[in-house]
Design a protein around this ligand. Sequence first.
Ligand SMILES: Cc1ncc(COP(=O)(O)O)c(C=O)c1O
Length: 427
Amino acid sequence: MPVGRIFTSVGCPYSEGIARKARNVKTVPGFFLPGMLVLGKDEHMATWLDSIAVPTLLLDETRARRNIERMTTAARSGGVHFRPHFKTHQAAGVGAWFQQAGVRAITVSSVAMARYFADHGWDDITVAFPVNLREIAAINRLAREIRLHLLVEHVAAAAFLASRLEAPVAIWLEVDAGYGRSGVPWNDGSGLTALATAVTNCPLMSLQGVLTHDGGTYAARTHEAITADYVQTTTRLERARNWLIEQGFLGLAISVGDTPACSVVTDFAPADEIRPGNFVFYDWTQVQIGSCTWDDVAVAVACPVVSLHPERNEIILYGGAVHLSKESLPRADGMPTFGAVVLLDEGGWGAPLDGAWLRSISQEHGVVRCTPDAYARLSERVGVGDLLGVLPIHSCLTADLLKIYQTTGGERIPMAPIPAFWGMAVP
Ligand SMILES: Cc1ncc(COP(=O)(O)O)c(C=O)c1O
């Protein structure tokens, strides 16, 4: 950034206004940082945007709270228990917004995450990942403190738990309803019976029902296709449940959960519980599926602009795979894109810019490709040292990488510490 150029947070009308107002602001020659502005009486006051130096995860609290409220209401009017997945936000501060919306039970994806939320007051937690026997000590600690729910999908896991559990746990049989990830196949009657028998033989395990995650809705692109997928999944789960009832396992519930279906389906029957997670922030993937609109996307990554290349209509960002993840979506021309580009201001961000997209990322670099028209418009508003926003392809992974939120209201919200450190002696 040339010495003496006013640092505008972003190339947006608001920051241009700031630039105009602050034209006479003095800077420290040769070493320019936003905090070093010497402000005149009516000049620009530093905002949270000015404090951003490196790729930073922005969170629009109003949008996230609205997403929470909408899903809470959908669950209530659909007559299903709402157990949102907290793997997306992984933050006690965001969890509090759910609590304020009336949520009392949650889902997480690891024992470490369950520990973190139990330490922050949550006492009814499902670890929605096949139980990892090597964490039995941490599982027993948690089971003594909270109502802990675990997933089993292999009789060896159930047998191990039966021999090593020291406190009661609630158990769900994970069923594969066609997604092909983990779970007993929905139509494997003898497999389901063997697993349910292994669980119910242990007095410390109480069988709750059958549970699945339907990744199939992620391939849908219309509400009809999402609903059709949901109906197929829940019909299969119901068959598995009914089979178990016939074998004498009574009182079993059905738990499902994926953001596309939970955002779109109006009749959740025969499910008893839903566990969506991504909906709290949504992302470009969900917009493409049709689960939400751009206006619902509640996170963006603020990326410093480090260079411009007019000869190829490209802008280079400090913001790569270690910040955004390597997830991509195919564009109409078949080439991948790694994020949508937005202008930022103190109020947040606007709609994605037409004709500008993140065309490639490496570890730290992001390369924004523009159409010639879009480049001409954008380069008038954004220079080296400014910020551009990127709306992520998959907000769960992006949040997991960045570890702290900067809200557009100016607050910082930390996420759970890195689980790998948990329980390990640091040399
Ligand atoms: C077991 C399980 N439940 C619930 C969810 C939440 O689904 P979504 O990310 O679509 O909100 C996931 C996501 O991976 C999952 O694996």
